[in-house]
Design a protein around this ligand. Sequence first.
Ligand SMILES: Cc1ncc(COP(=O)(O)O)c(C=O)c1O
Length: 418
Amino acid sequence: MAASVIASTTAFDFTPLLAPGLPPPAVKWNGFPKYNFVGGHNDAEQLPLEALVKAANDVLTREGRTLATYGLSSGPLGHARLREFLAQKLKRSAGIACAADEILVTSGSLQALDLVNGILLKAGDTVIIEQATYQGALTRLARLNVQTIGIPLDGEGMRMDALAASLADLKRRGVRPKYIYTIPTVQNPTGTIMSEARRLELLRLADTYGVPIFEDDCYADLIWDGQRPPALHALSKNRNVIHIGSFSKSIAPALRVGYIVADWTLLARMLAIKTDAGSGALEQMVLGEFCPAYFDDHVPRLTRGLRAKLETLMDALNEQFGTAAEFDDPKGGIFLWVKLPDQVDTLKLFQPALAAGVAINPGPEWATDKDYGKSRTRLCFAHPSHEDIRAGIATLAEVCRREFGVPERIANVEKARV
Ligand SMILES: Cc1ncc(COP(=O)(O)O)c(C=O)c1O
């Protein structure tokens, strides 16, 4: 008789073998909530599907056999045609003068964050960052045990008086921050655009204190009137700015294509720690084909649709929350940063809201100062339909009133009569 392997009923226990210092385990995905105001998802209706299908077909037919080599036939910086498109586009829209060889294509701009952090940061370092900022940047810095100094924002982005005071204070204490991280063009989550004058002041301060700038421009294409100041990278006189961007917001996040613009000396250090043997080639080829022909027509269409959804969201908040929800009309992007009354703790609102089908981003997760973030929430309006935005905000108002007593009276006329 053949030897049989005895089936074990208990699974092998990996727990004692896990490396120390791992972050908490991921939560298992159970599908999207009914009313999804979280994450940076895009508008499925606005996806340029037909053009993407044509681009994929054309490029694969023409040069599909280059997939047989790592890095296609373009080398480790990424697909040449896509980098050439980017170099032209960045010159046109952001004033950045860079060669295609000063662009590294990454797996989303999240990998760009990892690569920049990877070559610059060690535990115990200090970086300067906006007080309300991208959660993905904050969690990365926390994981690296890097100290973050949050700078308050106003309608024009990072406040330069507060930055100057912070830089002076750090200098007094003998601390030289590793970089100033900013999202100057459609800030996440506040939706502000830093003026050109303020950009010049930021560059002056950075220069005075010998601190480089890390410019994250991933929402820069999504501006309602299409007008933007030059990138910090473009305005810098001493090449002290590392610039990153993404196709996640202008086309689709699932493509996972981002990029870094920096001098070759820096890209060479990043390539040495980019251990994936190249970012996904198929999506780079498709974008390299799609973008020169369609990008400029697609983006204004997308932003018009996003603006319409934002209007729906702001109307729904005014109707359901009245004065209990405060917000500024953002200049572009996919988020609204909402301040609820002080008694609301959005970390505590999160679970009951989710139980009612509404997913929101609690403010403290998007802020260096947890008290500042406590009653704030970030709502992404790109993904839900107009109908779901209205129904989701109505549900959120009900849950918020049940849990925190506000809004005291839902301003919707029909509901008030009931
Ligand atoms: C400011 C900022 N940077 C980077 C990213 C990462 O985006 P991706 O990796 O999809 O390019 C995001 C995503 O929401 C973001 O908001």
